[in-house]
Design a protein around this ligand. Structure first.
Ligand SMILES: *[C@@H]1O[C@H](CO)[C@@H](O)[C@H](O)[C@H]1NC(C)=O
Ligand SMILES: *[C@@H]1O[C@H](CO)[C@@H](O)[C@H](O)[C@H]1NC(C)=O
Length: 646
């Protein structure tokens, strides 16, 4: 396994191997270890054990069915190995696909790169958090672990430097001319980075008395104004996509196509707006370019006094907790919720066209009345960050309830049967949930192996996955879902971050939220472990996490894992497009085969048939599939980390 090789081969991994063994072999060390007592207490003291106290909830014997991963068991070993896998996934993503001298993931396109940057920053947040309970006394020179803490710190700095390189490698000029969703990925990416910088600095570089702020805080802080500027510029470009004329509101996908009001652009807008409200620190930088489209790029480099004054005027009062951002998010969600964009399974379909638009120079019906029934994983994900942010900004529990309901619908649509629990209600009047109930875990045998809308056998799956025809876009989707799911399930604050501006959860609400997230944890881990099984000898993740799992138990061609099995041509369980769905980007051929076709960039061309790994079909392993691996493994680590808090 790759992680083990890495563990032996890379000095910077020593800490992880050490942690792994200290967790697993804790009792052995306590008995047979001759280090000074004080040191042992530091390592195994109760304040360092939070992560190790995760309840082993799965006492059942391992499944005898080799097609399924071993039962989950949230053991200490599972936690440390998840952290190790996260380091590994990130390391492969950066060493294989990132070109430092260009400041780019060279094979990514603009929007997928923005998503990769987001995964990079959020993973750094996770690694930064992993330090606090495993490496206390980071700056206490008498503690032996100090050395390892510095190694992890060095690792974080290495990747942070790469994300700075990407800040300059990002093609900001090109993205200005792209679609509104492209711009909004950029906004979310740099907000994520700022959140990482702030939390890392607060956590590990506390202000020290007698030392001026700039000298005691983490050096990453110096980039906040630059990142804030990038986020604001792209937010302001994107918000021009809001349109009242058609469908009584909603964001347009792109200024360059016939009007299409789709789930992703609207969800991005909601999440970006509420994140600007909560996290944007303000920006007084009127250069290098202004963000209103009329002045255009040309004005950027020649700003007269009038331009500067206008810019100053526009910037007034735009800072954290600017009510305009919040109002946009609330309004955006109200529109989305009433838009009819959810199907009968409670999943967001892709979006709406307007009937007869452009006919005879008219706007046609002017209504969102031609629905594309296509269901993608990412359309169920991005809104989750928005809903959590909306709750924190308003205290309105409906947002959290909507989020939990959506998550349950997604999990159910993967054929996972453990979450057929009633929808939880957080509001007083609807308080029906039994708070004493333990989260249900395991029982993998029960998962539905038929295509359930977003997967089978409990594995989140893009429709194009089994066919091996996912485009570069499609390859990015599942990771996006898991990124936003992880955000949503971060424990709720029980005291307000900024009293008067943000809301705190009551103890009951915080507990209920956490218990629900605990219920999702086994599903998340099931997905992460399935994804981990797709890694090749170089540690690169594949696209279809269900290889070898999805089709078990039916009449399929058989193969030895990890090659997986394929449904027969006429199998009724074969995933198929919903009626009235169009998927131009990820063509779905009439049957699943070992040959498949190349996706859109080389559409129609047959490719050589593979005899082995199904994840070699189509685009094969890419930086996008790696980003998906990073995101789902990070989700596993975060869900495990918070598991015992319910
Ligand atoms: C478009 O215009 C033509 C000519 O003016 C007219 O005959 C036709 O009915 C119009 N169609 C619609 C859909 O309005
Ligand atoms: C809470 O949010 C929901 C929206 O989704 C809205 O319908 C409801 O009116 C809000 N409640 C309050 C008290 O603002």
């Amino acid at each position: 396994m790759f992680s083990r090789v890495a563990c032996l081969g890379r000095p910077s991994w020593a800490i992880l191997c050490l942690l792994s063994s200290s967790a697993v072999l804790g009792s052995v060390l306590q008995n047979g270890d001759d280090r000074p007592l004080a040191e042992k207490e530091l390592i195994f003291g109760p304040e360092n054990q939070n992560v190790l106290q995760i309840i082993p909830v799965d006492p059942k014997p391992p499944s005898s069915n080799p097609a399924y991963p071993k039962p989950l068991g949230m053991s200490p070993a599972a936690v440390t190995s998840a952290l190790q896998d996260l380091h590994s996934a990130l390391s492969v993503m950066q060493s294989t696909y990132f070109s430092l001298w260009l400041g780019k993931w060279t094979t990514a396109i603009d929007w997928t790169a923005a998503v990769l940057g987001t995964h990079l920053s959020s993973t750094l947040s996770s690694l930064s958090h992993s330090l606090s309970y495993t490496l206390p006394g980071t700056f206490d020179k008498t503690v032996k672990l100090d050395v390892e803490a510095q190694m992890v710190e060095n690792e974080i700095n290495k990747y942070f430097a790469q994300s700075i390189a990407y800040f300059f490698g990002e093609d900001a000029f090109a993205i200005r001319m792209e679609a509104y969703d492209d711009m909004l990925w950029v906004v979310l990416g740099w907000l994520e980075s700022m959140n990482f910088i702030n939390s890392h600095s607060e956590r590990h570089y506390p202000l020290t008395e007698g030392i001026i702020r700039e000298e005691s805080e983490w050096h990453g802080k110096q980039f906040i104004p630059a990142f804030a500027h990038r986020a604001r510029v792209f937010y302001e470009l994107a918000e021009q996509g809001w349109d009242w004329e058609l469908c009584s509101g909603g964001m347009l996908w792109s200024p360059h196509t016939l009007p299409y009001k789709n789930a992703i652009t609207n969800q991005l807008f909601i999440s970006a707006a509420v994140s600007m409200y909560l996290y944007f620190p303000g920006d007084d930088n009127c250069s290098p370019f202004m963000s209103d489209q009329e002045s255009g790029v040309r004005a950027n480099f020649k700003m007269g006094k009038q331009d500067m004054d206008e810019c100053d005027e526009r910037m007034k009062g735009k800072s954290t907790y600017d009510p305009i951002y919040l109002a946009s998010a609330i309004n955006g969600y109200k529109w989305l919720k009433n838009s009819g964009m959810m199907n009968e399974k409670g999943l967001y379909v892709d979006g709406f066209h307007i009937h007869d638009y452009g006919k005879n120079g008219t706007i046609g019906t002017g209504k969102c009345d031609e629905r594309n029934e296509m269901v993608y994983t990412y359309n169920q994900g991005v809104i989750l960050s928005g809903l959590r942010g909306l709750w924190e900004a308003t205290g309105n529990l409906t947002y959290l309830e909507d989020g939990h309901e959506l998550i349950r619908n997604v999990i159910r649509a993967t054929g996972w049967t453990d979450t057929d629990t009633p929808t939880i209600f957080l509001t007083e009047s609807q308080h029906q949930h039994d708070t004493t109930k333990r989260p249900s875990v395991s029982n993998h045998q029960a998962h539905d192996q038929t295509w359930s809308g977003l997967g089978s056998s409990g594995i989140l799956t893009e429709l194009c996955d089994p066919y091996g025809t996912c485009s570069q876009n499609g390859q990015t989707f599942k990771g996006i879902f898991f990124h936003h799911l992880t955000n949503f399930c971060t424990p709720l604050p029980t005291s307000a971050t900024t009293p008067g501006k943000t809301f705190a959860a009551s103890k009951d609400t915080a507990t209920l939220h956490q218990r629900s997230c605990n219920e999702y944890a086994p599903w998340v881990i099931h997905n992460a472990r399935s994804a981990l099984r797709t890694r090749d000898e170089k540690g690169r993740f594949g696209m279809w996490w269900g290889t070898g799992l999805a089709s078990h138990g039916h009449d399929f061609e058989s193969d030895t894992p990890p090659a997986g099995r394929l449904p027969n041509r006429n199998d009724p369980l074969r995933p198929s497009l919903p009626e009235d769905a169009t998927d131009h980007q990820n063509p779905v051929p009439s049957s699943i085969s070992r040959c498949g076709r190349f996706p859109s960039d080389r559409e129609g061309q047959e490719q050589p048939c593979t005899t082995g790994d199904l994840n070699d079909r189509g685009r094969g392993r890419t930086v996008e599939t790696q980003g998906g691996g990073v995101a789902v493994v990070r989700a596993m680590w975060e869900f495990l980390r918070h598991f015992n808090k319910g």
